[in-house]
Design a protein. Structure first.
Lengths: 327, 278
């Protein structure tokens, strides 16, 4: 499996869907997403709340609630991981495939010291003795540039700042040297100065360890600072996917362009109106007719209301699902 | 210059001997928005709550139209509450989950304008709901049936029901999507112009602060370290911390993004070479 790693995408999903049963029908949070993350690549996934970006990767991680149904395919290093039994999945999760969540407070156990939580991962996945595991935990904190690791290991999560806790979470995700780290809004709960430092850390770790990263965020500016490639999600589908620089310079989908305009800009003057996207995205329970973005789209025509645009190649390495793309 | 509406002098808050807010002084004039910017733990929310006496202050004065809010009795304080309103960060948590939108908006009127008839109340509620951009059909909804942005509009409508003189906004857009933050900021700016409300607008987001504030105060470790007019602060920050804060903002996207124009009647093929029309 590992020897084909170079030619295979680290993660590849095909027509992945996530359906939740609701009274009187199903709510489709993800409506068929195909995307790939190559080795050493960083894929940014952008979308508003409810766009399905988190649900998609919860499905990949096997973390959906029991009632939800994930269909399609998700190949991790060539192995199908969708619907894998928990014991098989647990061998992959936490070791080769790790996740960092938004809220570093609730994702650490409040009653256990940092050192114990880190060491536990290695005892469980690598069969290390507690003594060796704690030594490794200390170097994990060094790796994420936490000074005075020995003292930190003996502290509880509440004794650490938000940025420090997120560093611990990142350190924990890297303990078993994973091939892929999925970071879901890793900096959204943090201050701007801390956010910049965490993104810089991820950038350095990626260069040092050659990991692949999926960076999920509602903030295009965050994603743009790290990702090679960006996929924009809307109403459970990818509407545009392109190399990050191209996407920012020449957005193809009107939604992406409008999202870019909404980015907060400190250079914008007080007298200006703050740009925003009018209207609301359709919910997971809403039936799909035509292009989901059409009601909010300034370029929408009659065709958009009836015929759903497929995701097609328009430029080298760029795909868009729009009848009237820009440029 | 006119008398300040709010004159905070040496306000400090200690939590069990820990100094959360040092010794803070600032003024807000009528129709003015003071932006308060700082990182988590800097004391922003403590300051907001101490000014409104939602938490006890340890020292200092909060002079509200000449009266010290920290020392007035309960009845006086309650009578002033209608002039002093607040919008919190988490719009869902700040609404009562068991109250409809109509119930939530009726409450301030039931307390402070008891003479209103049910019909008059209804008219006031509907007018305010429309003003914040929500349809009258929302009145019978519960918070869980609304989006985050809609909940925040309801919270703003509730705060504005009594036409307060001072509106404190504690991170009102931080938990909303980037795409709708602008709507809420614009709405607050409009309401301020219309009702002549003064605002204490708290945020960690410098772009948002710049949009809405006349003057900006920077808070760090419980102390105000720099207060300046909005333009001066962004053009020439004096304090090193302010400068660091401005530098930490992620670089804006370098190239201006084209506005998606309406599609011409003749729809062109999408694979034309990359230059976009201006």
């Amino acid at each position: 499996m590992t020897q084909d790693g170079a030619t295979l995408a680290t993660l590849r999903t095909r027509e992945l869907r996530v359906d939740h049963p609701v009274p009187g029908g199903t709510a489709s949070a993800v409506r068929g997403v195909s995307l790939a993350v190559g080795a050493h690549q960083c894929l940014g996934v952008v979308g508003e709340s409810g766009s399905g970006k988190t649900q998609l990767f919860m499905a990949v991680m096997g973390l959906l609630p029991g009632s939800a149904r994930a269909t399609g395919s998700a190949l991790f290093q060539g192995e199908e991981i969708l619907g894998l039994p928990p014991d098989r999945l647990n061998r992959i999760r936490g070791s080769k495939l790790a996740m960092v969540f938004q809220d570093p407070m609730t994702s650490l156990a409040p009653h256990l010291k940092i050192g114990v939580q880190l060491a536990e991962v290695l005892v469980h996945h690598r069969g290390l003795s507690w003594r060796d595991a704690e030594r490794a935990a200390s170097s994990a904190l060094d790796r994420v540039r936490i000074p005075d690791a020995q003292r930190r290991l003996k502290q509880y999560p509440h004794e650490l700042s938000g940025g420090m806790r997120q560093r611990v979470m990142i350190g924990m995700s890297l303990l078993c040297e994973p091939a892929l780290v999925i970071a879901d809004e890793p900096t959204s709960a943090l201050d701007v100065t801390v956010q910049a430092r965490i993104l810089e850390l991820l950038r350095q770790l990626r260069a040092e360890m050659g990991i692949s990263i999926v960076l999920i965020s509602h903030d295009l500016a965050v994603v743009a600072s790290l990702a090679d490639r960006v996929a924009v999600m809307y109403a459970g589908r990818v509407v545009e996917s392109a190399p990050a620089a191209d996407l920012l310079r020449r957005a193809l989908h009107p939604y992406t362009a409008l999202l870019l305009q909404c980015l907060p800009d400190v250079h914008r003057l007080r007298t200006d109106r703050m740009p925003f996207l009018a209207g609301q995205a359709p919910g997971a329970g809403d039936p799909e007719r035509g292009c989901a973005f059409a009601p909010r789209c300034p370029r929408a025509t009659d065709r958009c209301k009836h015929e759903r645009p497929a995701l097609v190649d328009v430029r080298e390495a760029a795909e868009v699902a729009c009848h009237h793309p820009l440029a | 210059m006119s008398e300040p509406l709010l004159d905070v002098r040496g306000l400090g808050v200690d939590y069990r001997g820990v100094r959360a807010l040092g010794d803070v002084s600032f003024q807000i004039r009528a129709r003015e928005t003071l932006g308060l910017v700082g990182e988590s733990g800097s004391g922003k929310s403590t300051l907001a709550r101490a000014v409104l006496r939602l938490i006890p202050a340890s020292r200092g004065q909060v002079l509200w139209r000449g009266m010290d809010l920290l020392r007035c009795d309960g009845a006086t304080l309650r009578s002033q509450r209608r002039e002093l309103q607040i919008v919190f960060q988490d719009p869902v948590a700040s609404l009562n989950p068991r109250m409809t939108v109509a119930g939530t908006l009726a409450e301030p009127l039931r307390i402070f304008e008891r003479e209103l008839t049910a019909v008059e109340r209804r008219v006031r509620i509907e007018r305010m709901l429309t003003r914040v951009g929500l349809a009258a059909s929302m009145l019978s909804r519960y918070p869980h049936e609304l989006s985050g942005g809609q909940c925040q509009r309801v919270a703003i409508a509730r705060a504005m029901m009594l036409h307060p003189r001072l509106l404190v906004c504690d991170e009102p857009v931080s938990s909303l999507d980037v795409s709708i933050q602008g709507q809420i900021v614009n709405l607050l700016a409009d309401l301020q112009g219309e009702f002549g409300t003064s605002m204490l607008f708290i945020s960690h987001n410098l772009a948002v602060i710049r949009h809405i504030s006349h003057r900006v105060a920077v808070i760090h470790d419980g102390n105000l370290i720099e207060t300046a007019s909005c333009d001066d602060l962004f053009a020439a920050p004096v304090h090193p911390y302010t400068r660091a804060l401005l530098e930490a903002v992620l670089a804006p996207i370098p190239v201006p993004v084209p506005v998606p124009a309406r599609v011409p009647v003749e729809v062109r093929d999408s694979d034309q070479s990359g230059r976009e029309p201006e």
